[in-house]
Design a protein around this ligand. Structure first.
Ligand SMILES: [Zn+2]
Length: 175
């Protein structure tokens, strides 16, 4: 119960508590410090940036999805002169995985970015829409997806599940 002022000499009592979210993840100082299987997937994500179509932002994003069966499926951002209809790399890769191997579970996704304007020196984080799409893929396959974030150099973050990056997520339970 808290006393909240609402004007001169006036207050009301309301019930509220302050809540806190915590997120834990692994932070590696560089790609070179990581186990080899991470390095391999990150390398594929970096290769994927070469397929990026980003003439407007010059911000090239690559994603590499590792399926349970060991297959790697890449995606890159695809911009459009009509800006809002462009696709993020993560969703391009997820769509490819769903089309090429719809029943194969997704083990991990590595995401990276490079920019002609400003070097990306910290882990590239997925946008909100992509977080929701990765979350949908987790639910579809009933398996957490490891999310690996890196830039052109510097630290690499590894999250055990997209849920760590998407608290208060929206799912089918609301429908
Ligand atoms: Zn996105």
């Amino acid at each position: 119960m808290k006393e909240v002022g609402i004007g001169k000499n006036k207050s009301i009592r309301i019930n509220m508590t302050q809540q806190t979210y915590t997120t834990s993840y692994m932070a590696y100082t560089s790609v070179q410090e990581m186990p080899e299987h991470y390095q391999t997937l990150i390398e594929q994500a970096k290769i994927a940036t070469n397929d990026s179509h980003a003439p407007y932002s010059n911000f090239k994003v690559g994603a590499a999805i590792l399926l349970n069966n060991g297959t790697v499926i890449k995606g890159s951002n695809q911009e459009n002169a009509s800006y809002p209809i462009g696709f993020c790399a993560e969703r391009t890769a997820l769509s490819a995985a769903a089309s090429l191997a719809s029943y194969e579970k997704i083990k991990a996704i590595a995401i990276t970015a490079k920019s002609a304007n400003n070097p990306v020196l910290k882990p590239a984080a997925p946008c909100g829409i992509c977080r929701q799409c990765i979350f949908e893929a987790e639910n579809k396959h009933h398996q957490d997806i490891e999310v690996i974030l890196t830039g052109e150099s510097g630290e690499v973050f590894v999250f055990k599940s997209i849920k760590d990056l998407l608290p208060l997520h929206f799912d089918a339970n609301f429908l």
